[in-house]
Design a protein around this ligand. Sequence first.
Ligand SMILES: NC(=O)c1ccc[n+]([C@@H]2O[C@H](COP(=O)([O-])OP(=O)(O)OC[C@H]3O[C@@H](n4cnc5c(N)ncnc54)[C@H](OP(=O)(O)O)[C@@H]3O)[C@@H](O)[C@H]2O)c1
Length: 246
Amino acid sequence: MRKLLVMDKKIVFITGISRGIGLEIAKCFVNDDYFVIGTSRSPFRINEELNSESCIHFIMDVTDREQISSCFNELKKINKIPNVLINNAGITKDQLFLRMKEDDWDDVLNSNLTSVFNITKLFIKSMVRHRYGKIINISSVAGLMGNPGQVNYSASKAGMGGFTRALAKEVAARNITVNCIAPGFIETDMTNHFQDEELENILNQIPANKMGNPQQIADLALFLASSKGDYITGQTISVDGGLYMS
Ligand SMILES: NC(=O)c1ccc[n+]([C@@H]2O[C@H](COP(=O)([O-])OP(=O)(O)OC[C@H]3O[C@@H](n4cnc5c(N)ncnc54)[C@H](OP(=O)(O)O)[C@@H]3O)[C@@H](O)[C@H]2O)c1
């Protein structure tokens, strides 16, 4: 009975909500009657953007453990501890490895991988206690196939895959699933800087010969968060028009 009550309360925590994939995921979840807790470093008018009162935004840097902890304490006060966690915030700092600066390595690993440790560590406790939870990490095909100029980014996303599989094994018996979605090239601010020739080269590598859109990532996230995804765990699922096939 207790499990049912917790499952009935659909509360999702999404990092990196201010634009791109995170924003689309937030819209999709709020439309599916979730209470959405969204975060970003920049201010964001969540109620206006999602056209809903069932949401709240926190300015929070995913690399800052104090900020994460105080966000968590605020959520406890308002009784909105999530049972779905989507680690979406991420950055790129591309450079060929020989020229890659230590800061470019540290920033990308901290933002894309250590952040997932920071946040999951806090939120998983209540999932374990209630024996219910869904954790979805937004990875990248770069973590599966490796991209030249993205050693830092590819390493961070590959690390996310290992994190996901190991944690999935630890918590599966507690009715908690942990999965990765690995987008290919999706139209967002992260990918809007390509010159025509570069874009043509990219499209030639994608069997579907087109970029994806954030909605396609959001749809899979919603599926994995639902009971339809109950028996899927430890997986990295690509959404990439066939770019990477294992
Ligand atoms: N677009 C693609 O083709 C693609 C492909 C594969 C994987 N992905 C992955 O999908 C995720 C979303 O990408 P996107 O394309 O939507 O990127 P985006 O448009 O650049 O948005 C990134 C989001 O993350 C937030 N963010 C970045 N660093 C943060 C930090 N330290 N703390 C808190 N929030 C932070 C940003 O908000 P603030 O700047 O306000 O903090 C923003 O809301 C990323 O993990 C990315 O690696 C994207």
